[in-house]
Design a protein around this ligand. Structure first.
Ligand code: 2RA
Length: 329
């Protein structure tokens, strides 16, 4: 199958190529696509070198599927052109996520909403993906009323410039700043731009995308999203209030049996999820399971996942795998 990766030279695009290769997605020919300034550069896929082509040439190559990670405005302009040419688009930007005509998919949660009519499919925000993978099995059993989440997000979520900023600061070297403030030895309580309600766009993504993916508008979510000087993955402290009471052992069993989840929850052995251990893994790690002792039917948990993998590339490739399994691709 001919597969295009749009934004192939970026941090997420590079991870897409790695994940496609690792999961043995049946790529017969790769079409790496990027902005004009990257055209002609080479990317490597399964030991073979491929030349990066322009958007127009990417469409002309007629791939079956194009996995986009090229930013919102590129996606708004080009995804419909790929779709009109009969190419299935899986888009990693925020451009289409809340469009009611587009599906927003985390395969472990709602792959079944996909049909042959879907030509532009949205990949959710990284911090939302890992949270809903862990929440879904608990929602199915106890019904979630309200979620209070605080995130601890890796600089890789911003891109290469932010990773460079962190390591330059660590070495004492002056360079371009991805953030307004120093990130090394610091914590920045702002991810993406501020909105009129005082929340950031990242925080509202967690609120709105969670309801859409879990197909339940009654779930109330409030979020504080924070950047920390880490490169391995995003972490989340999540407080969940349920309609029905739960048993902690059963919570652990449900999570252990849930697809894509690994439970690391053993106080005696000091076992809990950490971004260093989640790095380069595809699963969502859950631990620190305990009752909120201040109110009934409420659970505290800690969720960690590699934001470039399950939070972006792996989720997109899993969507493509699902389409393939249903003969939509
Ligand atoms: C971040 N959620 O971590 C973004 C990336 N999509 O900044």
């Amino acid at each position: 199958m001919k597969v295009a990766v749009v934004g192939a030279t970026g941090l997420v695009g590079t991870k897409m190529l790695q994940v496609l290769a690792e999961r043995n997605f049946p790529v017969t020919e790769l079409v790496p696509v990027a902005s004009e300034r990257s055209v002609g550069k080479e990317v490597e896929f399964k030991g073979k070198k491929y030349k990066v082509v322009s958007m127009a040439d990417g469409i002309a190559a007629k791939p079956a599927v194009a996995i986009f990670s090229a930013g919102g405005s590129t996606s708004l302009e080009w995804a419909p052109k790929f779709a009109e040419a009969g190419i299935r688009v899986i888009d990693n930007s925020s451009a289409w996520r809340m469009d009611p005509t587009k599906k927003l998919v985390v395969p472990e949660v709602n792959a079944s909403v996909l049909t042959g009519n879907d030509y532009i499919i949205a990949n959710p925000n990284c911090s939302t993906i890992q949270m809903v993978v862990a929440l879904q099995p608990l929602h199915a059993r106890y019904k979630i009323k309200r979620v209070v989440v605080s995130t601890y997000q890796s600089v890789t979520g911003t891109g290469k410039k932010a990773v460079d900023q962190l390591f330059n600061e660590r070495k004492g070297v002056k360079g371009d700043m991805a953030y307004k403030y120093q990130i090394d030895l610091n914590v920045i309580p702002q991810i993406d731009v501020f909105l009129d309600n005082g929340y950031t766009k990242e925080e509202m993504k967690m609120v709105n995308e969670t309801k859409k993916i879990m197909q339940d508008d009654s779930i109330r979510v409030t979020a504080t999203t924070v950047r920390i000087p880490v490169v391995g993955g995003h972490s989340e402290s999540v407080n969940v209030e349920f309609e029905n009471d739960f048993d902690l052992n059963e919570v652990q069993q449900l999570l252990s049996a849930a697809p894509g989840v690994i439970v690391e929850n053993n106080d005696a052995e000091l076992l809990y999820p950490m971004p260093l251990n989640a790095h380069e893994r595809d699963e969502v790690f859950v631990g620190r399971l305990r009752r909120d002792e201040t109110q009934p039917k409420t659970l505290n948990m800690w969720i960690v996942s590699d934001n470039l993998r399950k939070g972006a590339a792996t989720n997109a490739v899993q969507i493509a795998e699902y389409l393939l399994s249903k003969s939509i691709l």
